[in-house]
Write a protein that binds this ligand. Structure first.
Ligand code: ADP
Ligand code: ZN
Length: 615
């Protein structure tokens, strides 16, 4: 996308006056002008790329109210509070609100007093809401988290399917759909389902250069996590994703016992606990949220320093979306995933037993395969991730584990044949199926109880695999599963051959495998953020500046508490740093800092100057 920095016009006026920013980022300007002119748009931009301005500014420039459709009911209050802090008139309608609040918001909308109105997708389906919208003036529809309409996607919301009616009912109102993740197939699905095929499509680079991607072999996941947090992320805020509610609970408890402030979040907790944990995560510093993927969409906390996965995500889209919650402020952050054989077995089993028809299962399988390919690659993770979203990248990024600590690839054809023929013999000669453990014991020639019981020491493959250690064999099994050369079946994850296994057994194909590097911890490359990914790089402060920054932070903490909003809603760290570096002596000088708009200047300008002067 191209954009020349505009210095005049209504969009620029709103940008500088309301938001206090001095220029547009990436494709923002082009998108904003397109929507102001009444055009429809489909916007793909990474998390932290600045999607909100793409609909907020047109909503403020065009006559009427911008109606934002968002699935994030629990975050609407925060979003509205943040806008009000900027002096924007905003409200929301959703099922959590009391009748009188709802009536007041409806009246404000009808009176033309609202710039922005957030509505839950299920709410839009009701006739009452539709009639209400008919009676007011709508500036635009913004469909946030638009990937929720993708039926086989990781965040599917059935209510999103009804949103194609927006165009039928209000054909003259421009629509802008936004998402931070989409392959070209998903993008087509979004466009079709939302009736946006005629819309202009804007696609920004999905690269998040400040995020360091790392995928490590899983052996003692909680210990490995603890090691990561203690050595690299002491006192940092972060998110730990687990597959099941039980492991969320256990992991949160474990971290707490180890002296790390951690909270659980999953769909099994009551709504109040969930809301309170989410609110604490947003408001307090340095909390670790241990969660299922039910948590995180729309979380706009800028200083999440790490996202750790203790279980394998189901798709690359999901992985990208979840890891994208790290480092919205553009500062160095870590995306860390621990992954092992059991993950593959478990996920394949889940697919096999999932609801839906064969096509649905094939689709889930294809998503998992892409995720496994990312885990097993010996190439740059970032390059592979971007290629998955159809974007070209440098072949090496210098800020992922495979770039920092390249793994070797080795010819694993012979071990693969040994393993596959063990599975084959068990099945052919004995009519038996076993899990990975038994096959590995046989290859290693271990006379375990189970080996003796089933007389597996009499098999010709017994003890033919002593060249590899047990852990290495598990790696072979995992990678054969990932490559589709082996499959798992049934409740116990028993190994079975696939159509492709034969070509390996007949020596018709080579099997290249990844050898795990000995060291698991990658050195941290401090890469500065590039413009597209996040906020301004933190200004380096001298001693006086650092002291001023601390005073400003203390002031911000009390102001946030008083207003009942997260600290970053008042001012971001980046803004406070700039203020601390500049040490402005007047309101006029303070207003030149990025992030200080008209309303915040009027509200907080004086206290900020006082906090500075107190030093
Ligand atoms: P997204 O919704 O794409 O994840 P946001 O809209 O929340 O991202 O923007 C990320 C951060 O960048 C926010 O703090 C926002 O205020 C800031 N931002 C967005 N556009 C600009 C800009 N043109 N100049 C400076 N900061 C910006
Ligand atoms: Zn890389």
């Amino acid at each position: 996308m191209t954009s020349a920095p505009p210095l005049t016009g209504p969009a620029f006026d709103v940008l500088s006056r309301v938001f206090g920013y001095s220029g547009f980022r990436g494709g923002q300007h082009e998108i904003i002008e397109h929507v102001i002119a009444g055009g429809d748009a489909l916007v793909l931009m990474p998390t932290g790329g600045g999607k909100s301005l793409c609909y907020q500014i047109p909503a403020l420039v065009r006559p009427g109210t911008g109606v934002v459709i968002s699935p994030l009911i629990a975050l609407m209050q925060d979003q509205v509070d943040a806008l009000r802090t900027l002096g924007v008139q905003a409200g929301f309608l959703n099922s959590t609100q009391e009748a009188h609040e709802r009536r007041r918001t409806e009246q404000q909308f009808l009176a033309g007093e609202l710039d922005l109105l957030y509505v839950a997708p299920e709410g839009l389906g009701s006739h009452a809401t539709q009639r209400l919208l008919d009676q007011g003036r709508i500036a635009l529809f913004a469909i946030d988290e638009a990937h929720c309409v993708a039926q086989w996607g990781h965040d599917f919301r059935p209510d999103y399917l009804n949103l194609s009616m927006l165009h039928e009912r209000w054909p003259d109102v421009p629509r802008i759909a936004l998402t931070a993740t989409a392959t070209s197939a998903t993008r087509e699905e979004i466009a079709t389902r939302l009736d946006l095929t005629g819309a202009r499509h804007f696609t920004a680079s999905f690269d998040r250069p400040n995020i360091q991607y790392r995928i490590v072999g899983k052996n003692e996941p909680r210990r490995q996590l603890l090691d990561l947090l203690r050595t690299e992320h002491k006192g940092d805020a972060g998110i730990v994703y687990c597959l099941s509610r039980a492991s969320v609970e256990k992991t949160a408890e474990f971290l707490t016992q180890q002296g790390i402030a951690a909270l659980p979040y999953h769909a099994g907790l009551d709504a109040q606990t969930r809301a309170s944990n989410q609110s604490r995560f947003l408001r307090e510093d340095g909390l670790v949220m241990v969660a299922t993927i039910a948590f995180g969409m729309g979380i706009d906390k800028p200083d999440v320093r790490f996202v750790a996965h203790l279980d394998l995500p189901k798709s690359v889209e999901g992985y990208y979306q979840e890891t994208g919650r790290a480092g919205r402020d553009g500062l160095p952050s870590t995306a860390w995933l621990a992954y092992g054989l059991q993950d593959v077995v478990q996920q394949r089993k889940m697919i096999e037993t999932s609801d839906g028809d064969a096509a649905h299962r094939r689709n889930l399988g294809a998503h998992l395969d892409a995720m496994l390919a990312l885990c097993e690659t010996v190439q740059c993770r970032r390059a592979q991730l971007l290629a998955y979203f159809g974007q070209a990248a440098d072949p090496t990024c210098g800020n992922c584990d495979t770039c920092l600590n390249p793994p070797e690839s080795w010819d694993g054809t012979v071990p693969a044949q040994k393993l596959l023929s063990t599975v084959l013999r068990l099945q052919r000669e004995r009519g038996q199926k076993f899990g990975a453990g038994q096959s590995i014991d046989i290859l290693l020639g271990k006379t375990t109880e189970k080996v003796t019981q089933f007389r597996h020491h009499e098999l010709s493959v017994f003890g033919i695999g002593t060249e590899l250690r047990e852990q290495e064999w598990r790696g072979v099994v995992r990678q054969l599963l990932a490559q589709g050369l082996l499959a798992v079946e049934g409740d116990y994850g028993t190994l079975v051959l696939t159509d492709a296994s034969g070509s390996v057994l007949r020596r018709e194909r080579e099997v290249m495998l990844r050898r795990e590097p000995e060291r698991t911890r990658a050195p941290r490359a401090r890469r500065a953020s590039s413009g597209s990914g996040g906020a301004a790089p933190a200004a380096d402060l001298d001693a006086a500046g650092a002291a001023a920054f601390e005073r400003l932070r203390a002031w911000r903490a009390s102001a946030a508490k008083e207003a009942g909003v997260p600290a970053y809603v008042i001012f971001h760290d980046a803004t406070l740093r700039q203020i601390a570096a500049l040490q402005p002596g007047s309101l006029a000088e303070l207003s030149t800092v990025s992030g200080v708009g008209e309303n915040k200047l009027a509200k907080y300008g004086q206290p900020v100057l006082e906090a500075l002067a107190a030093g």
